[in-house]
Design a protein around this ligand. Structure first.
Ligand SMILES: C[S@@+](CC[C@H](N)C(=O)[O-])C[C@H]1O[C@@H](n2cnc3c(N)ncnc32)[C@H](O)[C@@H]1O
Length: 324
């Protein structure tokens, strides 16, 4: 595994404190980046969300990958090096990797900021025949650049970005992110992009606000993480999970709403923050795409959309983009 050294772990803690402070100190809407959901508790809660009856997204993604893994394997160039941005547990990725490994041995680089997710991904895929797994504990683009730098002449890259994590970027930021991905690639390299599609409002709201409260626990855990890592004194019982649909941006937004006026101290960020009753912290957006929008996104970021596979039961698209 490519591990962060002690210095960069310290740097990550300093960055976490700085980002928390900047996000909660913003005039207007307070914010916390969704990338901070994924400490060991958050990664475990995300796995639980992915099997909730209301959250059809992961099952839809897996159905598409399972059905079309061999089509995908026949469309990508060889020899190939596979890397995945934010692999999580890598459970769904198994279908693709098994299909590719039937053709030739494959090296797979899951790129993750969550060491817990990375460890479960390495365990999950350890037994796939012909597969070498090399975990990369880095941010998406740093990790991708590092993997791209290791490729041998003539080897192509297949980048996987599954589970609609692309939808967590704000509007326009998805395009900028894919442009940065494209800059690390060469023509003929591939990107498999999973994206959740627009669907009825009640279905979306239930997916992000399940009655068992698992998504609420996932959302609230970001405050618990700040307590654990930055010695803060958030009282989690004084905040509640809110999921709502923003029609303008076609996104589900998750917020944490303060139930009363309160002050929270965050010593390791050298910061104190006040909340009004009803005020929210915006923790995540999940943009819902149209099929046409994904094709436009490909063109705007330097790719050609070669194929799209769509799950009809849950309206989820896997798109194969080729770098041009
Ligand atoms: C929504 S989950 C999706 C996991 C998996 N791809 C799936 O489809 O089920 C996002 C994953 O990306 C990781 N992640 C979030 N932000 C990241 C970043 N900036 N760099 C690397 N990994 C990140 C998280 O730790 C988490 O495991």
């Amino acid at each position: 595994m490519l591990l962060e050294n002690t210095l960069t772990i310290d740097a990550a803690a300093v960055q976490f404190a700085a980002d928390v402070r900047a996000g909660l100190d913003r005039p207007g809407q307070k914010e916390l980046s969704s990338k901070y959901f994924y400490d060991p508790v958050g990664s475990a809660l995300f796995e639980a969300i992915s099997v909730m009856p209301e959250y059809g997204l992961t099952r839809a993604d897996e159905r598409v990958l399972r059905q079309h893994a061999s089509d995908l394997a026949s469309m990508v160039p060889a020899p190939l090096l596979v890397c995945e941005l934010g692999s999580g547990s890598g459970k769904k990725t198994r279908w693709i990797l098994e299909s590719l490994c039937r053709l030739e041995p494959v090296s797979y680089y899951p790129i993750e900021i969550s060491p817990a997710a990375l460890a479960s991904c390495e365990r999950e895929l350890a037994q796939v025949n012909g597969l070498t797994v090399v975990g990369v504990e880095r941010d998406y683009l740093d990790g991708l650049r590092e993997v791209a730098a290791r490729r041998k002449e003539g080897t192509h890259l297949l980048v996987l970005f599954l589970g609609s994590t692309i939808g967590n970027f704000d509007s326009e930021a998805d395009r900028r992110f894919l442009q940065s991905v494209r800059q690390t690639l060469v023509p003929g390299d591939c990107l498999l992009l999973g994206a959740d599609l627009v669907k009825p409002l009640n279905q979306l709201l239930a997916a992000y606000d399940d009655p068992a409260g698992v998504t609420a626990a996932f959302n609230l855990n970001i405050l618990a993480r700040i307590n654990r890592e930055l010695d803060a004194d958030f009282n989690l019982r004084q905040f509640e999970h809110v999921a709502r649909f923003n029609e303008k941006t076609s996104s589900i937004e998750m917020h944490l709403r303060s139930k009363k006026p309160q002050t929270v101290t965050i010593p390791r960020a050298e910061f104190m923050v006040q909340f009004r009753e009803g005020e929210t912290i915006w923790t995540e957006s999940s943009h819902k795409y149209s099929v046409a929008e994904l094709k436009t996104l490909a063109a705007a970021s330097g790719f050609h959309c070669k194929e799209q596979w769509i799950d009809q039961e849950w309206q989820f698209a896997e798109s194969l983009f080729i770098a041009i």
